[in-house]
Design a binder for this molecule. Structure first.
Ligand code: BMA
Length: 856
């Protein structure tokens, strides 16, 4: 149950440094009560109502039917009052005299959203002002035998920040903050909760992360920091630094034991006895691991993880333990001047890595709904799509520990933004202190994770200051203060915090300097290329406007119909209906989708066909970019699409919708991110076929075969050639005059396959010569056979003529498909497995199939 004062797994932080950096801790907490129940109320009311902790006011109101589902219809509007109120939470728990006899008791709040006054038994323990910081509060002196009362008063974020807003003298350029009084920038609270151009506004309050109480004797481990000092094939040397607290008032002799374990087998152990003076001590032990097994990113090998554990014994008795999983690897951002400008690539274990991935936003407007199954599903979405990197974008939250654990296990590198995005920020001393505390807490919490690759100051703040017209809008004085604030916050304060607490690299912001309107700067650092979309440039511009690292580019689509049906009724199914517009937060979004669709597709008349073609358009367009970025290695060494996920059901740039359904975009990413990709393109009158590999193994004696086939299945011509694919590099395997493929350009395609020396297929691609709207697509009915069992449906599809961009739909949210949004070739028999725990052997599921030609 969630409504308990959880007293299970504990995460302890540093009292020495008065913050709460965490690492897994095995000091057994004593369960005070499994029945503590939480209550909440609006501050001016008298009646207490049952609450669930962790959670938010919105979650509690929704569960009690006191607000309507904010995601449905236009309900967003009717729940906005919640953010203007103050809210109280309370619970009681019982303490025994035995528990009180321990040397210390720690009340640990892992996250409070945001302005909370914490009271225990009539005493004010703390006033908080930062959602991103966890607090460990020593409470032994406040506890009493018998019943103890814990109360929290959450101040409305609007009211709390209104004084700052009014005295600032101007409104900050936080365009994504959907209220006239833009207070968001004053509050250290998830920026997206105030609205975004894909986001509902739900400015939440509440105990959003676990609360625990634990007891400690003699010694408490406040922090365990594992640093890799050197790594060769023979040996890894680690420095393990720890912060210990002697909780007694006498010097204590403590025996420290440090162990390193891999796959359950102990690799190394070290022991040392030290004298701890009362209070805090910082010390370290050296550990060397022979024959180190490296942590490899996805696609390059196994993500090996060692368990590093520290145990403290006093008088032969274990009094404290802490452990963390740790990966041995090197990661370096190579961000150096070169002949073109300035490079931007990750070197992992000494090799250049082409980063394939996406930008992650918080997966829900109500974050407590994201349970561990959902986190695991998201990592499956990443790994199945051959991704090796995720950027945690700066308008959301620093994720919970589980997210980084999954990233470690799955070999997904994490690019971590600090939580600042798309606006200037204040830089007064109080604000900077608050930010420092937030940075210190999160750096210390996350620095042991192998997956963590980079710290980045913010998202698009410098770009805003330079290019978004703020100079004109605000005048020189205010604009100068934005520039000064930027330098202080992102070039000094955060940079210094990273340097102080971690060995990782830091970049002040993303993009580094490039703005899509100013092409020359694409040659330096990472870029967000919005010429496609905002600039209305064709997708083909991505072939030539290639950055060193594409950290964002994107294109919107409506989510598929079954997702739309979760927030709209049949009467709302029009592009511009009031309900659809509530779920389209980009004012120019629909216009741009239509504009691009007209260029490449026949725009369908029916709403659901428009939704479907929009999905296809987004997927094909983005794929063009992925291929261009890979083709341009080593100049360009990464592509992260905007955006991986959604925080509610909405029209957006996402590749995976709120309910976990892959859009065409994510299937196209999966294909374009295959370790070996066949990429055919017509360039300057030549028909060129590239083989693009980021696999560490070269392929010798491979065979590339091609067949030009018309839409009715008739072979026009074919050929093959022997080739090889270099390790982690590209080759132009075939180059012929485009004129060699002059026949039936609008009614044929070329099917490429690549086989290794043993004849195993290692690549496959279908190439079309013309835009979809110029193709003479045939009318065809797709035959389907279904075999059903509990949990899955096996679907076999076939057609005598081409069925282009075929989309299979099943009205089960989050159902997984082994493939979807593909071209069913003439005469081909294609098997697709659909899986979902909801599928029953004898259930009746209307599986439908549509393809492009059916939409006009
Ligand atoms: C990007 C992001 C977001 C935004 C997106 C689409 O650059 O960083 O701020 O949602 O553009 O406008």
């Amino acid at each position: 149950m969630k409504n308990i004062l959880a007293l299970t797994a504990l995460s302890l932080g540093s009292l020495c440094a008065s913050d709460g950096a965490m690492a897994a801790n095995t000091v057994r907490p004593i369960a005070l009560s499994d029945t503590a129940t939480w209550y909440f109320k609006e501050a001016t009311q008298t009646e207490w109502l049952p609450a669930v902790v962790p959670g938010t006011v919105h979650d509690d109101l929704l569960r009690l039917n006191l607000i309507p589902d904010p995601f449905f219809g236009t309900n967003e509007d009717s729940v906005q009052w919640v953010e203007d109120k103050d809210w109280e939470y309370k619970t009681t728990f019982t303490i025994t005299p035995d528990q009180l006899a321990h040397d210390e008791a720690i009340l640990n709040f892992e996250g409070l959203d945001t302005f909370a006054d914490i009271y225990l038994n009539g005493a004010l323990l703390k006033r908080t002002q930062n959602m991103f910081v966890g607090y460990e509060i020593p409470v032994k002196a406040y506890l009493q035998p018998g019943v103890n009362r814990l109360n929290l008063l959450f101040h409305s974020p609007m009211k709390q920040a209104m004084g700052q807003f009014l005295s600032a003298g101007f409104t900050y350029p936080a365009d994504n903050d959907h209220r006239k009084e833009r207070v968001s920038i004053f509050t250290r609270k998830a920026p997206y909760s105030y609205g975004w151009d894909w986001g509902i506004r739900l400015a939440t309050s509440g105990i959003w992360r676990p609360v625990t109480l634990s007891f400690h004797d003699q010694v408490k481990i406040d922090d365990l920091y594992i640093r890799q000092q050197s790594l060769t094939d023979k040996e890894a040397r680690l420095n393990v630094r720890f912060e210990l607290q002697n909780l007694t008032d006498k010097p204590t002799a403590a025996t420290l034991r440090l162990t390193g374990t891999l796959d359950g087998k102990q690799q190394v152990q070290k022991e040392q006895t030290i004298r701890l003076e009362p209070g805090c001590s910082v010390d370290s032990l050296q550990l060397s691991i022979n024959d180190p097994q490296r942590w490899m990113p996805r696609g390059w090998g196994k993500a090996n993880l060692y368990d590093i554990a520290l145990t403290v014994e006093v008088d032969g008795k274990e009094v404290a333990q802490k452990q963390h999983r740790f990966g041995l690897r090197t990661v370096r951002l190579v961000h150096e001047p070169d002949s073109a400008g300035r490079s931007f690539y990750f070197e992992v274990n000494g090799k250049r890595l082409f980063a394939k991935g996406s930008n992650y936003i918080p997966d829900d407007a109500l974050l407590n709904r994201v349970d561990s199954a959902r986190y695991r599903r998201m990592f499956r979405d990443m790994t199945e799509a051959n991704m090796n990197m995720i950027r945690i974008w700066g308008g959301g939250v620093y994720e919970n520990d589980y997210f980084y654990d999954l990233a470690d296990e799955n070999g997904i590198l994490v690019w971590q933004d600090f939580m600042f995005g798309c606006t200037a920020y204040p830089h007064d001393p109080a604000f900077l202190e608050n930010v420092k505390e937030e940075a210190r807490y999160n750096i210390r919490r996350l620095r042991n994770h192998a997956s963590l690759a980079l710290w980045c100051g913010n998202n698009e703040v410098e770009e805003g200051i330079k290019y978004w017209g703020w100079q004109k809008k605000y005048g020189k004085e205010i604009h100068d203060s934005f520039v000064k604030g930027y330098d202080i916050l992102f070039r000094e304060v955060l940079k210094d915090q990273v340097a102080q607490y971690d060995d990782r690299q830091y970049v002040h912001g993303s993009p580094f300097s490039a703005n899509w309107g100013r092409i020359p700067s694409l040659a330096s650092g990472d870029s967000h290329y919005w010429g496609v979309w905002y600039g209305q440039q064709p997708f083909e511009i991505l072939d030539t406007n290639v950055p060193r690292f594409m950290s964002e580019f994107g294109f919107q689509s409506f989510p598929e119909m079954k997702t739309i049906a979760t927030f709209a009724g049949p009467e709302d199914l029009e592009i511009e209906s009031t309900v659809m517009n509530k779920h389209q937060k980009s004012s120019i979004g629909n216009h741009l989708i239509k504009t691009y669709m007209e260029r490449d597709y026949i725009v369908p008349a029916k709403f659901e066909d428009f939704v479907y073609v929009g999905l296809v358009l987004q997927g094909q367009g983005m794929r063009h970019g992925f291929e261009a970025h890979r083709r341009n290695r080593p100049y360009c060494e990464g592509t992260l699409y905007w955006q991986f996920n959604d925080s509610w059901p909405v029209v957006s740039w996402a590749g995976v919708d709120y309910w976990g359904n892959w859009k065409a975009l994510h299937y196209q990413a999966q294909r374009a991110f295959e370790p070996i990709l066949i990429n055919a393109i017509e360039e300057k009158g030549q028909f060129n076929v590239y083989l693009l590999s980021d696999s560490l193994a070269p392929v010798e004696n491979a065979r590339l075969s091609w067949q030009q086939i018309d839409f009715a299945g008739k072979l026009i011509q074919k050929g093959s050639l022997k080739t090889s694919v270099p390790a982690n590099g590209n080759v132009l395997a075939m180059s012929v005059a485009s004129g060699d493929f002059a026949q039936k350009r609008n009614s044929s395609f070329v099917l490429f396959t690549l086989k290794d020396a043993k004849g195993k297929e290692i690549g496959r691609t279908v190439y079309f010569f013309e835009k979809p709207k110029d193709l003479a697509l045939p009318q065809v009915t797709v035959r389907k056979q279904m075999k059903q069992r509990d949990g899955s449906i096996e679907l076999t599809l076939s057609a005598d003529r081409l069925a282009k961009d075929l989309f299979i739909e099943i009205p089960i949210q989050g159902a997984r498909f082994t493939d979807n949004f593909f071209d069913l070739l003439p005469g081909e028999k294609r098997k697709v497995i659909i899986t979902s725990p909801e599928i029953r052997k004898n259930g009746d599921y209307p599986v439908t199939v549509r393809h492009l030609r059916e939409t006009y």
